[in-house]
Ligand binder design. Structure first.
Ligand SMILES: Nc1ncnc2c1ncn2[C@@H]1O[C@H](COP(=O)(O)OP(=O)(O)OP(=O)(O)O)[C@@H](O)[C@H]1O
Ligand SMILES: [Mg+2]
Length: 359
């Protein structure tokens, strides 16, 4: 039974008076006694510390309304708006000077909630990765199905070319056939890469030279860059330490970033279309890669959503490029970042561990 002198009731929680002061103070979390009418009779130091600054702390109904906590029969988990901390609220019945009263306990459960939250984000990430895996499987099927007809097309084209060469022309037909063969070869190369990518889905990390990775990526985007008359400058030191990474995955990251950079410069004057890829060792002794463009850059609102899956401002975009980049970079214990480029445009960069410093 809890009894208290009526002097301790007041608009601000007073230290619990007399006998039950010790009782309330002994409770290791925020604890307060309310009259049947809902007025605060006493609160322990923890209660005053955590809720004392709220005007509502001395009135049960006001406090419950503020915390969106419902009636006192319910045990609830609530977030205190003034501190952002989470509490498990519990009401117990007591008696105060022969009249019914209620004891509120508020246990701080912020840590548990945070752990749960981080679990959830991890799960969402996993789910996202597994979706990407299904995309990979779909790509594998497609690659397999397309491979056969493509091989046949190449055969027909080679046969026709031989016939035209033997017949000595016409030269326009010969050129057209050669152009068709180049395109078919390109398509085969793309498919071969898709198959390699899918096969390499189990990441294999090793020592890799960023120069080679950049060369592969630029080769894939050469046609597109030429079409847009875009200048590409490479700033890769010759002595750059090798990174500890899965080559195909990092190619994928760089490809996405360079593609975005190219796409960002579609609508600016040709003379300004300039793309840079730089790499260096940063102060943390990680390798940092930066892709810079002269596009329109990003508004603050766009920056906030940048890495969320399915955020896109393009009519032909899926909005998964950067989300994939981030998953891959984080898998490598690196960081993907954006910053505005001096003189206009954007810089997208990422860090990777050096092979020598691998964990
Ligand atoms: N270099 C850049 N300059 C300006 N905006 C960019 C740049 N890179 C990305 N963005 C913005 O971020 C959005 C998301 O990019 P992300 O690569 O994830 O998707 P996307 O390019 O739209 O589609 P896709 O899935 O085909 O890559 C883009 O739609 C664009 O608005
Ligand atoms: Mg993209």
């Amino acid at each position: 039974m809890v009894t208290t002198s009526s002097r301790s009731a007041g608009p601000r929680a007073q230290p619990a008076a007399s006998a039950q002061a010790g009782l309330l103070e002994a409770v290791p979390f925020a604890c307060a006694l309310f009259s049947a009418g809902g007025a605060l009779l006493a609160g322990n130091a923890r209660y005053r510390e955590e809720f004392g600054e709220l005007a509502e702390h001395a009135q049960r109904e006001a406090l419950l309304a503020l915390l969106h906590a419902g009636g006192e029969d319910e045990a609830r988990e609530v977030r205190a708006p003034h501190s952002g901390r989470w509490y498990a609220l519990h009401w117990g019945r007591a008696e105060h000077q022969g009249a019914p009263a209620q004891v509120l306990t508020a246990i701080d459960i912020s840590e548990r909630i945070e752990t749960l939250d981080s679990h959830k984000t991890r799960q969402e990430k996993l789910l996202f990765t597994s979706r990407l895996m299904s995309v990979g499987e779909m790509a594998a099927t497609l690659a397999h199905e397309l491979n056969q007809p493509l091989a046949a097309i190449m055969n027909y084209l080679n046969g026709s070319l031989r016939l035209v060469e033997q017949a000595g022309g016409p030269v326009q037909v010969e050129r057209a056939l050669q152009a068709a063969r180049t395109q078919a070869e390109h398509a085969s190369a793309v498919i071969a890469r898709v198959r390699e990518f899918v096969r390499a889905r189990e990441p294999r990390r090793d020592a890799h030279d960023l120069g080679q990775i950049a060369a592969t990526v630029l080769e894939l985007l050469r046609l597109e860059a030429e079409r847009l008359q875009l200048r590409i400058d490479l700033g890769l030191p010759a002595q750059l330490a090798p990174v500890f990474a899965d080559r195909v995955m990092i190619e994928q990251v760089l490809l996405n970033l360079v593609k975005n950079a190219i796409e960002a410069m579609r609508d600016i004057p040709t003379a300004r279309r300039e793309l840079r890829i730089d790499a260096r060792m940063n102060l943390d002794e990680q390798i940092e890669v930066r892709v810079s463009d002269r596009g329109a850059g990003l508004s603050p609102a766009e920056q906030d959503q940048l890495f969320s899956p399915f955020f896109t401002t393009k009519t032909d975009g899926l909005g998964i490029g950067l989300a994939i980049c981030r998953s891959i970079v984080e898998y490598h214990q690196g960081r993907l970042f954006f910053e505005p480029r001096e003189g206009g445009g954007s810089v997208f960069g990422f860090t990777l561990p050096r092979y020598e410093a691998r964990a």
